[in-house]
Design a protein around this ligand. Structure first.
Ligand SMILES: [Zn+2]
Length: 62
């Protein structure tokens, strides 16, 4: 890189992350699959079923 950036820290890279997304139209609830204990969780807001998706999300450092 030619310039030092003004960003305070290294940017967190986005990684492909498995998530559960609510299947209900108008409900944008989703959760990381890693954080869900159930195999097929229900939406905590509207109780609809949730679909497995891959989203680009900032990597979680453990
Ligand atoms: Zn929902």
């Amino acid at each position: 890189m030619a310039f030092f950036s003004k960003q305070p820290a290294e940017p967190i890279p986005d990684v492909e992350t498995k998530v559960w997304a609510c299947s209900s139209e108008g409900c944008s609830c989703w959760m990381r699959a890693d954080f869900s204990l159930q195999k097929e969780p229900q939406c905590p807001i509207c109780k609809s079923s949730m679909n497995e998706e891959i989203r680009m999300l900032p990597e979680l450092k453990s």
